[in-house]
Ligand binder design. Structure first.
Ligand SMILES: C[S@@+](CC[C@H](N)C(=O)[O-])C[C@H]1O[C@@H](n2cnc3c(N)ncnc32)[C@H](O)[C@@H]1O
Length: 427
């Protein structure tokens, strides 16, 4: 989840009078290869992964083409007039479901076009071996909880690794909007919410807020979490996911698929009927003081089970500080020996287990694959990389950026192995 910086400014809503038009088709228009939608085994043709050229407000008026978006984009120039425009794009129905808006640059929007329109995510499901959507009734209910507003509670026992929720975004916003005047950003957020269908607009306005500043900005800062689109950081509002309250030791984690925008909430351990579902809004491995600092930015004081227990917090901080110390020790060249590196990995795995950081062990293996590769231990590097890939596919998501990084590492190490054996043969 994104740490928030609250502007404390009240924005007077200005309804823009952007021309409304019917959704346009971009098949006939010029296209480029989508950077975030590589061809999968079931859609191997380049034409299946083509995206429209980036379109801003002027371009849309000139060409009359702005598909797959339902309306021509509404755009604002950056403060110093150089650099890309920031625009509000809306689809009235995202892959046959509800509407979605995004405030981003025309380039990111064009790379999102395939994900917005493509009703066929079967290739990704085939690759990872499981469906996104399930027909099961929801194993939870959203209800009021003392001191927390609404929350999500299990209505039946939930098994570890069970997919609890599958969600699409309602509103996305480029995370770093410093290039643009904040009033223009608010205008675009307003446009993005106004253009949503009535039901989605109502759902948006019903989200939790802190009651300060411009309402849609407040809603985004209270409820959105960080996702990447085309490798660029965005805040994503997924209404039902955002009803889940924070715990520093959560019982659920979020899995994200950048090529489909699908978010899955997955049980991190067995959950009993009647238990509240929880997510960590912040990285799992922070120390208590760091956690309180980041959570403060969210506008509340964390009083979760871990933070309410000073003894448990002290033990936990000790483990987490030791994790940092092990990494610091690994920086020293004299500690880069196979024995010391493997001992460090074993200690980190033990600490991670004690601290409930299983979701981050994949990243540990990515780091250790790099370390072993640097040390020339290619066999151990390949083993760590393969473990990283399989853990990240499960915990981060099949096509998540962190998983892609591990997949790139596996491919590079395999290539090096082939080159080594070819070299040996020719020798
Ligand atoms: C993303 S929303 C979670 C859902 C929210 N409770 C609702 O009613 O929609 C985040 C807000 O929920 C509340 N919240 C979440 N976790 C909390 C916690 N551990 N302790 C107290 N309040 C919490 C805070 O008000 C926070 O700003």
């Amino acid at each position: 989840m994104l740490p928030s910086t609250f502007h404390g400014l009240i924005y007077i809503i200005i309804q823009s009078h952007a021309a409304r038009a019917h959704s346009q088709d971009w098949d006939a228009a010029a296209v480029l290869q989508c950077s975030n939608n590589p061809a999968g085994p079931l859609s191997p043709l380049a034409s299946h992964t083509a995206c429209p050229l980036p379109v801003d407000d002027d371009e849309a008026l000139k060409s009359g083409v702005w598909g797959p978006w339902s309306y021509p984009p509404v755009c604002m120039r950056p403060k110093n007039k150089s650099g890309p425009k920031l625009c509000a794009f809306t689809v009235s129905s995202l892959r046959g479901g509800g509407g979605m808006s995004i405030v981003t640059t025309p380039r990111v929007a064009s790379n999102l076009a395939k994900a917005v329109r493509d009703p066929e995510i079967a290739w990704l499901e085939k690759q990872r071996g499981s469906r996104f959507m399930t027909d099961r009734p929801k194993p939870y209910e959203v209800k009021g909880l003392p001191g927390k507003g609404l929350g999500v509670v299990a209505v039946e026992p939930i098994k570890k690794d069970q997919v609890v929720m599958v969600a699409l975004p309602l509103l996305l916003q480029l995370a770093d909007t410093n290039l643009w005047d904040y009033r223009d950003v608010f205008r675009l957020l307003q446009e993005a919410s106004t253009q949503l269908p009535r039901r989605e607009k109502q759902a948006l306005l019903q989200m939790a807020k802190r009651g300060r500043g411009y309402i849609v900005d407040d809603i985004m800062k209270t409820n959105s979490f960080q996702v990447t689109i085309d490798g660029v950081s965005h805040s994503g509002l997924y209404p039902e996911v955002s009803r889940i309250n924070h715990e520093c030791r959560p019982n659920c984690i979020v899995r994200y698929s950048p090529s489909t925008l699908v978010v899955e909430v997955v049980a991190y351990r067995d959950i009993k009927r009647g238990e509240e579902l929880s997510l960590s809004y912040i990285p799992l491995n922070l120390l208590s003081e760091q956690r309180q600092d980041v959570i403060k930015g969210w506008g509340f004081h964390c009083a979760c089970a871990l933070c309410r227990d000073p003894e448990a917090t002290k033990v936990s901080d000790g483990h987490r500080a030791r994790i940092q110390a092990v990494f610091d020790e690994l920086d020293a060249p004299e500690n880069r020996t196979p024995g010391k590196v493997e001992a460090a990995m074993a200690e980190l795995q033990d600490l991670a287990k004690k601290e409930g950081l299983a979701a981050q062990i994949g990243d540990l293996h990515t780091i250790f694959a790099d370390i072993c590769s640097d040390m020339g231990d290619s066999r151990r590097a390949r083993e760590h990389a393969a473990l990283a890939l399989s853990l990240l596919r499960h915990f981060a998501g099949w096509d998540h950026d962190r998983t892609q990084l591990a997949a790139g590492l596996v491919a590079r190490l395999e290539k090096e192995k082939k080159q080594e054996s070819t070299g040996l043969e020719s020798f």
